[in-house]
Design a protein around this ligand. Structure first.
Ligand code: NAD
Ligand code: IPM
Ligand code: MN
Length: 353
């Protein structure tokens, strides 16, 4: 038996509700494959912080590095000052483990309730840069709390950092049927970073003649995301634009509870981390209302990443089957109302076939 060492960080709020469903489906997908998962639970998040004042210690980080992959639920809690856990735990993991690709696919399953009148055929993937941009924490404030306060957040964009994620996006585009790449930025205003991104896409694109390329300013991209999302195939963008655009992508394809993501270190120097796009959702936490599908989708991305393409395909097919069931129920006028674990059970059963 081959063993997959999986670090598990349920985290806060609905994170702790959706992660068990992901693990349930992972176990189902590995049945009969000769593979087994050995999980290590990491007590990280609001409870740990209240108890110890710690977010992510060096020894937590070293222990996590000894795993093949990480499954994370969500972090952030109203009882903790905003940013403490988000920066100290989640972003620290993405930065320390050099997760420079934040991969966020979106597909629309016909018939699933969506706010769009005419969703069309939606199947794209956002390649969001994960280690730079406005997320670096580069900036500061002076005269805090006074009328003279000045607060700055400086976006860091390096030629190295932009090129490696752009190259990944071109590789991804070349592997897909449509072979199309859209750069999303705002180079009409952000002329320093924007033109670095534009020039990089132009230069790397010369090596990918089979990939067609276009460009949208971020503001227009949010329009097309609701009026014509079918135009997108691979989107490459910076850390903050990618964050915003992928919540919108989740909303148009049936809800943020469906959107999965991978924080990937493509070279495998560090374990990659898989998580839903959504957060800890304090408004619905503890009520078994959270949709675990995003986390289950993250499990499919995880399996794909560790080279278990067949198991990944079984999970994706099971999610599709569940989407079909939702579409049928909606068409019949009685949308499914299921608890978090009922959805997990249904998808795990579909994986077993
Ligand atoms: P959120 O994603 O937690 O919630 C936004 C909305 O989506 C809420 O109405 C919520 O009920 C709904 N929602 C989210 N996940 C859902 C699911 N699985 N099923 C059904 N509905 C779902 O975003 P927020 O409210 O802006 O943030 C809450 C906290 O989570 C904050 O502390 C934030 O920093 C943190 N956060 C963490 C992550 C992460 O860990 N990766 C991501 C986003 C936000
Ligand atoms: C996400 C979240 C995080 C981000 C926050 C919680 C740091 O919104 O994973 O999309 O902005 O990347
Ligand atoms: Mn986000």
């Amino acid at each position: 038996t081959q063993t997959i060492k999986l670090a598990v960080i349920p985290g806060d709020g609905i994170g702790a509700e959706v992660v068990p469903e992901g693990l349930k489906v992972l176990a189902a997908a590995l049945e009969g494959t000769g593979l087994e998962v050995r999980t290590t639970d990491f007590d990280l998040g609001a409870a740990r912080w209240h108890r110890t004042g710690q977010t992510l210690t060096d020894s937590d980080l070293e222990a996590i590095k000894g795993h093949d992959a990480i499954l994370l639920g969500a972090v952030g809690d109203p009882s903790v000052p905003s940013g403490v856990l988000e920066r100290g735990l989640l972003l620290r993991l993405r930065f320390e483990l050099d997760h420079y690709v934040n991969l966020r696919p979106s597909t629309y399953y016909p018939g699933v309730p969506t706010p769009l009148a005419a969703p069309g055929d939606i199947d794209f993937v956002v390649v969001r840069e994960g280690t730079e941009g406005l997320y670096c924490g580069n900036g500061g404030a002076v005269r805090t709390g006074t009328p003279q306060e000045i607060a700055t957040e400086v976006s860091v964009n390096t030629a190295f950092g932009v090129e490696r994620v752009v190259r990944y996006a071109f590789d991804k585009a070349r592997s897909r049927a449509a072979k199309h790449l859209t750069l999303v930025h705002k180079h009409n205003v952000l002329v320093h970073a924007g033109h670095l991104w534009r020039r990089t896409v132009e230069a790397v694109g010369a090596e990918y003649p089979e990939v067609t390329v276009d460009y949208c300013h971020i503001d227009a991209a949010t329009i097309y995301m609701v009026t014509d999302p079918g135009r997108f195939d691979v989107i490459v963008t910076d850390n903050l634009f990618g964050d915003i655009l992928t919540d919108e992508a989740g909303a148009v394809t049936g809800g943020i509870g469906l959107s999965a993501s991978g924080n990937i270190n493509p070279e495998g120097a560090f374990p990659s981390m898989f998580e839903p796009v959504h957060g800890s959702a304090p408004d619905i936490a503890g009520k078994a209302l959270a949709d675990p599908t995003a986390t289950i989708g993250a499990v499919a991305l995880l399996l794909e990443h560790i080279g278990q393409a067949d198991a990944a395909a079984r999970v994706s097919a099971a999610i599709d089957a569940d989407m079909a069931a939702r579409a049928r129920a909606s068409a019949a006028g009685s949308p499914l109302e299921r608890s978090t674990s009922e959805v997990g059970d249904a998808i795990a059963a579909a994986v077993r076939g």
